[in-house]
Ligand binder design. Structure first.
Ligand code: NAP
Ligand code: 3JN
Length: 352
């Protein structure tokens, strides 16, 4: 029997935290103990784990003593506050929020794309935004083949990306509309049922949303190539699970649609579904619950030199959040990196 680790899941009662627990169990993660952490609101309740349940404890600064690996999905503010304490306690944090993604001390990792960035971690590793993760899984092999110069992406994002309350909002609005009632609008700025909202998160001074700029900045950090230009339009659609993306690419050299299909067919974490004549292409409906990123509608864009269009779909809660975090933890174990070498790095962040 190999080494087993004490694992904490912070945000265990949320949409992502529950999926993290499911993923740890399904992948038979080498855990000797799993601690489920959430706010004081749900302390004392239970969450499912395998055939049983875990008791939820309140997340505090002391929660990480004796913990080897912590998976965080309790929001940016919670990560900002508690992840440094976890790292100082010697625990390696994989954080799902945006709190540490663009911090130079923290690698931002998608295991299929930049696993070696884990080598320089200081105790906090950031998990990218869901829309970025599925896109870079598809882009990396194409970039290696023909040097991507520019990316134009439009997203079609499921409501589960906003958490439990948004899933309930879409369900409720659909029921209200079918019962000829006025739909209640609470979570999003407008009705989401039978609508598309070209706003995810808040607008920034440059006219883009925060979600759009996450895609731009995170893609460059993960791909490790500032020469790649990215522009994004992110849209919320009335789908429960699975984000879809229309991606237009400009390459440094010609890559035919057939070559791109061949490259992607060999790429880790990618399944090519591309037979339009038979009506075969990726759809959110089929990607939900799956691990892979699905790519189809691969075709040349003749309006530019060396252009390609493609359609990319993945389960936003699974590969977009929980699975990627668990894969990072697995990679840390494989690389023998479940250790915090310099415990002083986040002292100031912990208020010490
Ligand atoms: P959710 O369903 O609303 O769940 C939020 C979780 O955070 C709950 O477990 C909640 O516990 C816990 N929490 C909230 N405030 C807390 C506090 N002060 N202390 C301890 N726990 C606290 O949200 P979700 O969809 O799971 O998303 C959670 C976070 O994951 C997001 O805020 C985001 O940062 C990240 N996320 C990342 C991606 C991605 O793209 N990679 C996608 C979705 C989400 P209670 O039950 O006690 O309230
Ligand atoms: O809206 C989506 O589809 C993904 C949402 C992600 C998200 C939601 C709330 C806060 C994030 C994130 O991961 O970027 C955050 C955040 O941590 O900033």
């Amino acid at each position: 029997m190999g080494t087993h680790y004490v694992v904490a899941v912070a945000g265990a009662t949320g949409a992502v935290g529950r999926e993290m627990l499911k993923t740890l169990e399904q992948r038979n993660f080498p855990a000797s103990k799993i601690k489920a952490l959430a706010s004081s609101r749900s302390a004392g309740s239970t969450v499912p784990f395998g055939d049983g349940e875990l008791l939820v404890e309140e997340l505090t600064e002391k929660s990480f003593e004796g913990v080897d690996i912590a998976l965080f999905s309790a929001g940016g503010g919670t990560s900002q506050k508690f992840a440094p304490h976890a790292a100082l306690a010697g625990c390696v944090v994989v954080d799902n929020s945006s709190a540490w993604r663009m911090d130079d001390r923290c690698p931002l990792v998608v295991p299929e794309v930049n696993p070696d960035d884990l080598d320089w971690h200081n105790g906090i590793i950031a998990n990218p935004n869901c829309s970025t993760i599925q896109m870079v899984v598809a882009l990396k092999p194409l970039h290696d083949a023909a040097q991507i110069k520019r990316v134009v992406v439009s997203t079609y994002q499921a409501v589960s990306g906003t958490g439990h309350k948004a899933i309930t909002e879409l369900e409720t609005q659909v029921r209200q509309l079918f019962n000829l009632q006025e739909p209640e609008v609470k979570v999003y700025p407008h009705r989401i049922a039978f609508n598309c909202l070209p706003q995810i998160d808040v607008f920034l001074d440059n006219g883009y949303t925060k979600e759009e700029m996450k895609m731009v900045n995170e893609t460059v950090k993960i791909m490790g190539d500032p020469s790649i230009k990215v522009t994004a339009t992110t849209v919320r659609v009335p789908v429960f699970y699975g984000h879809s993306e229309a991606i237009n690419l400009e390459f440094g050299r010609k890559l035919t649609a057939d070559e791109a299909r061949a490259v992607l067919s060999r790429a880790p974490g990618v399944t090519v579904l591309d037979n339009p004549a038979e009506g075969i292409y990726p759809m959110a409906l089929n990607a939900a619950g799956e691990d892979d990123t699905f790519v189809g509608r691969i075709r040349e864009d003749d309006t530019i030199e060396n252009g390609l269009n493609l359609w990319c779909v993945a389960d936003n809660i699974r590969k977009g959040a929980a699975l990627n975090a668990v894969q990072i933890a697995e990679k840390l174990i494989e690389k023998n990196l479940v250790t915090v070498s310099d415990r002083t790095v986040f002292e100031a962040d912990a208020g010490l």
